[in-house]
Write a protein that binds this ligand. Structure first.
Ligand code: F6P
Length: 195
């Protein structure tokens, strides 16, 4: 069956500082992940008749995918990270300190909480619909290099997780998730490529 591979981009400079949003480049650890990912996929994809690589439009996903060669690449704006609106560029600590009501509201209901002038998880789930339709149409392997919130939404959909759990799904950096749809549901493997 045709597998779907999911991975976050390599660690970014903002991940190191705990800053959300933005369009930062990779940290040195994130840079180290990119060739590891390509090496693994070049081997693994030999078993597949065809494959394509889907990224967001943000440079951290393009940089992470850049050593994966020989497969068509598609950039999707719908795969861009959750928009943090007025909180873009802030750390969680900044938000808690400067906008305590926003911090509390998000803690209370992370699924429905919408950043002022930004998005909620429900918004992200909705904008991913065309991506999911296209994914289900694919007859070959797809590698998705995207972001934490977006991947929680995609994973939640394919693994059939209740909506309220989606914002809390564990989605570690430098880990490739392989999902294979089968008769009894999805099978899943996780590979930590930068231990
Ligand atoms: O911290 C990295 C990041 O991708 C942010 O850009 C984004 O706001 C966040 O993760 C989403 O995770 P959470 O919903 O847990 O804040």
């Amino acid at each position: 069956a045709r597998p779907i591979f999911l991975t976050r981009h390599g660690e970014s400079q903002d991940n190191v500082e705990g800053r959300i949003g933005g369009d930062p480049p990779l940290s040195s650890r994130g840079e180290a992940y990119a060739p590891k990912l390509a090496e693994f996929l070049h081997k693994r994809l030999k078993q597949e008749p065809a494959a394509s690589v889907w990224t967001s439009t943000l440079q951290r996903t393009l940089l992470t995918a850049r050593y994966i060669v020989g497969y068509p690449k598609v950039q999707w704006r719908a795969l861009d990270e959750i928009a943090a609106g007025v909180c873009d560029g802030m750390t969680y600590g900044d938000i808690k300190e400067k906008m305590p009501e926003e911090h509390k509201a998000r803690k209370r209901d992370k699924l429905r909480y919408r950043y002022p002038a930004g998005e909620s998880y429900l918004d992200v789930i909705q904008r991913l619909e065309p991506v999911i339709i296209e994914l289900e149409r694919q007859r070959s392997a797809v590698v998705i290099v995207a972001h934490q919130a977006v991947l929680r939404a995609l994973y939640g959909y394919f693994a059939d997780k209740p909506l309220k759990e989606v914002p809390h799904i564990d989605m570690p950096l430098h880990t490739l998730i392989e999902l294979v749809p089968g008769v009894g549901g999805m099978t899943e493997k996780r590979y930590n490529l930068l231990p």
